[in-house]
Design a protein. Structure first.
Length: 286
């Protein structure tokens, strides 16, 4: 046999940096095992076409979906968390913040913006789970409060998109104060008779559920989202009872009166604006 068919040396000789890997992010695999190209996923509102699985997305994608031509003015973009308690667990809180900023390109776990949706102004606050699990600290509470102020000042409907693991423990009681602060602001918004829509996405848990996420004039969700206060394991351990099937899913909550409706992401913009037109007694936009 000719020598060039034989390996002279054993083992793989290609250097790691020379290996031709498939670029990351070309495909997405949904939990049911369906594989979809990232481009097709984006075109389909980040929903897996075969099994309708709603992939977790952040403020960038929600703003793209909701605002006309993706045009909006971001509010309070430069607000950043401090470390007033000099908190340390396995890492300093200040280091965690720095790492989260570098990894996500975000300044905190919520972004707020105002822009036109189906031709009319809308204020949107959207949480980003990628930033320390969408945890709610002082900056999150402050940005949401300021967004509500803007909605009141300009008499524009307010939409809150929740996606959170709960209050940020590194800010201890300061993060818990945000529950009362945002709830008080929403009471003022209700007094001013300005519509507030709460959209719960996967996951909406902890202090977020215990405050603004459940205070909408209408509470809506995406299919299959996990929504609850404590996790199923904690609830089961506390009550000592087996939990029903689908406990804490959007569908279970709608059946038991916690949610008003569940909307597919492709209909999100249309349904939110339909509700605003109905509640404000305006002609329905198509």
């Amino acid at each position: 046999m000719s020598s060039w068919f034989k390996r002279k040396e054993k083992g793989i000789q290609t250097l790691t940096e020379e290996k031709k890997d498939t670029p990351k992010g070309l495909w997405y695999k949904s939990p049911t095992g369906k594989i979809v190209e990232s481009e097709d996923l984006a075109k389909n509102f980040y929903v897996s076409p075969e099994d309708d699985y709603h992939v977790r997305i952040g403020s960038k994608e929600y703003f793209e979906i909701l605002f006309d031509d993706n045009k909006f003015k971001e509010l309070d973009a430069n607000l950043k968390s401090k470390d007033p308690l000099k908190f340390v667990d396995t890492k300093k809180y200040s280091e965690r913040l720095k790492a989260a900023e570098q990894k996500t390109g975000l300044n905190d776990a919520v972004r707020t913006a105002v822009g036109k949706s189906m031709g009319k102004e809308l204020v949107v606050s959207c949480m980003d789970f990628a930033f320390i699990g969408g945890s709610m600290g002082s900056v999150v509470g402050e940005k949401i409060s300021r967004a509500i102020d803007m909605a009141m000042k300009k008499k524009i409907p307010f939409l809150m998109i929740s996606k959170s693991g709960g209050a940020r423990m590194m800010e201890a009681a300061l993060s818990l104060m945000q529950l009362a602060k945002t709830s008080a602001k929403l009471a003022q918004l209700a007094e001013a008779k300005i519509p507030y829509i709460s959209l719960c996405t996967d996951p909406t848990t902890g202090g977020t559920t215990a405050s603004y996420a459940m205070l909408g004039d209408i509470n809506i969700s995406e299919p299959g989202a996990l929504i609850g206060f404590a996790g199923p394991r904690v609830v089961k351990d506390t009550t000592g009872k087996d939990l029903p099937d689908g406990f804490q899913t959007a569908e279970f909550l709608k059946e038991h009166g916690f949610l008003d409706f569940i909307t597919h992401r492709r209909d999100l913009k249309k349904n939110i604006n339909l509700y605003i037109d109905l509640i404000t007694n305006q002609p329905i936009r198509s």
